[in-house]
Design a protein around this ligand. Structure first.
Ligand SMILES: [Zn+2]
Length: 189
């Protein structure tokens, strides 16, 4: 039986509510969308996995408020039900020097922690971003309300020039890194 992975592409398309960060000509929601689609394609061409995304088309809008948008993503994953939940985001910071990749989880010493570790290491290795480590955040709705091991990856910072360039040009590599991390977590690579 295939391992079911739910990929949540953070935010809604630009022009809608909750459309995410924008800087250096990079729109977070578009990066999240494409990396999610690329990751879905990698997983679905591997018979060991079955993947679904929260935003199957570039114009898909989830919910009507920030709260219902998050609730819809969690509902889709819980009702499937997915075995793992991966939410994809890009970070931003008022200080343009801040850069790198970090992964949020609900709790340390969990399956989500071990998966996060593999994904973070593989992304940093594949894309060349800075490793900002794994952080616990119990206030993130998608981590709190999902019924399966879940993590939220901040790929890189749209507000940092070098990171923004990677987010614009290396979307396939980010997806490849996440995929490699998943393979390593399951001992497939
Ligand atoms: Zn975000």
């Amino acid at each position: 039986m295939a391992i079911k992975i739910f990929i949540d592409q953070g935010h809604n398309p630009s022009g809608n509510f909750n459309s995410g960060a924008v800087a250096n000509g990079v729109q977070e929601s578009e990066v999240n969308y494409q990396v999610g689609i690329d990751l879905q394609n990698l997983l679905n061409s591997d018979p060991r996995f079955e993947a679904r995304v929260s935003r199957p088309t570039p114009t898909t809008v989830l919910g009507t408020t920030n709260t219902t948008s998050l609730a819809e993503r969690v509902r889709l994953a819980n009702e499937w039900p997915a075995d793992y939940f991966i939410s994809i985001h890009c970070n931003s910071n008022p200080n343009p020097a801040v850069n790198g990749t970090e992964v949020y989880i609900y709790q340390y010493m969990t399956q989500a922690n071990w998966l996060a570790e593999q994904i973070l290491n593989a992304v940093v290795q594949t894309v060349g971003t800075k490793n900002n480590g794994i952080r616990v955040n119990q206030s993130l709705y998608v981590l709190r309300r999902t019924n399966m091991p879940s993590l939220l990856i901040e790929l890189a910072y749209v507000t940092n020039v070098s990171d923004a360039q990677k987010l614009r040009d290396d979307q396939a590599l980010f997806a490849q890194g996440i995929y490699q991390g998943i393979l390593r977590y399951f001992g497939f690579a």
